[in-house]
Design a protein around this ligand. Structure first.
Ligand code: THU
Length: 133
């Protein structure tokens, strides 16, 4: 899928944001390595810590349906570029170590990063599998 189309889906997904505490709406749309598309929004909880970001909603929807391997993920917030939080960067590291991470304002205004740009020298699954071979 074209980046512009993924951005449109993320903008649309943002409409589902449940944000009674921050009022900050975020939408995400990802494409898996195999081409499936998943979208998500942020969901806030009154006790705060169970709050989930848009990126993780989208990623976990995919994983729960058996679709691993993120090719690219788009994030759209309110107004300015919205960069993924540290927790989401680590989750993207798990399922898309080579993913493109795209922060967008709209279909014609976006920036593309690699996950490694955003989370260099990262910790990942391989560190726990040493000696398995
Ligand atoms: N948020 C996201 O959904 N994604 C991000 O990358 C940054 C933060 C959400 C979490 C919370 O609902 C609100 O933005 C304010 O932190």
């Amino acid at each position: 899928m074209e980046i512009k189309d993924l951005i449109k889906l993320a903008i649309d997904a943002k409409k589902g944001a449940y944000v009674p505490y921050s009022g900050f709406h975020v939408g995400a749309a990802l494409e898996t390595i195999e081409g499936e598309i998943f979208t998500g929004c942020n969901i806030e909880i009154a006790s705060y810590s169970p709050t989930i970001c848009a990126e993780r909603t989208a990623i976990f929807k995919g994983i729960s349906e058996g679709h691993y391997g993120i090719r690219r993920i788009v994030i759209v917030g309110d107004e300015d570029y919205t960069y993924p939080c540290g927790v989401c960067r680590q989750v993207i590291r798990e399922f898309g170590p080579n993913a493109q991470v795209i922060v967008a304002k709209d279909e014609s205004d976006y920036r593309i990063y690699s996950l490694d740009d955003l989370l260099p020298h990262s910790f990942g699954p391989e560190a726990l599998h040493k000696g398995d071979e």
